[in-house]
Write a protein that binds this ligand. Structure first.
Ligand code: AMP
Length: 190
């Protein structure tokens, strides 16, 4: 099961729920949503019975040391076993290029690239015909803030998990297919 805190928060914003109302201004500015909110989301989802059978891929969580500490407790409470942490590393400069060229589809949520897929905001999605849009936090100013936040608050997790012997480092500079192959090869060694 794939659980992306960003997807869950974007969905809450789009549906105008209380969670979305609380998260929106942080997300638009490229800042982190407060720890209590995202920890609450993860605690609720990991408590569901089906996760124990399927396992779960957490995408975009944890992003702070406080979230990582909370995750350990949540996993214990839910009776979930081994944790593997994958750091897909890409330098800032290609990351900025990827993010500013990223487009999404409102219909099927597929991720597109303006330079690679020849689509831009307002076009029809080549996969489902839905409307192509750009995430508000993929604008230049928000990208810069997200990178600052990443280096200050999230990068320390690399050392945190390396010291626990849980970290897999992956070179994320290649194509999606290349990065996928590297991840599955390393997971196969576990
Ligand atoms: P993402 O789709 O993972 O890039 O997340 C988009 C935005 O949602 C982030 O820039 C944050 O504002 C918020 N967000 C997602 N996951 C987290 C998290 N684990 N902690 C705090 N904020 C988060």
């Amino acid at each position: 099961m794939h659980l992306s805190t960003g997807d869950i928060l974007r969905d809450a914003v789009a549906r105008g729920t209380e969670l979305g109302r609380q998260a929106k201004s942080y997300m638009d500015a490229g800042e982190l949503v407060p720890d209590e909110l995202v920890i609450g989301i993860i605690r609720e989802r990991l408590g569901l019975d089906d996760i124990k059978q399927s396992g779960v891929l957490l995408d975009g969580f944890p992003r702070t040391i406080a979230q990582a500490d909370a995750l350990a407790g949540i996993m214990d409470d839910a009776g979930l076993g081994a944790l593997v942490v994958i750091n897909i590393a890409v330098d800032d400069e290609p990351l900025i290029r990827r993010l500013s060229g990223r487009r999404m589809c409102r219909g099927c949520e597929v991720i597109l690239r303006a330079d690679r897929d020849g689509v831009d905001t307002g076009d029809a999605c080549p996969k489902c015909g839905g409307e192509v849009y750009q995430r508000s936090d993929d604008q230049e100013e928000a990208i810069a803030e997200r990178l600052r936040t990443y280096h200050a608050k999230t990068a320390p997790l690399i050392e945190y998990y390396a010291q626990k012997g849980l970290l897999i480092e992956i070179d994320g500079s290649g194509t999606p297919a290349e990065v996928h192959a590297l991840v599955t090869a390393r997971l196969g060694e576990q």
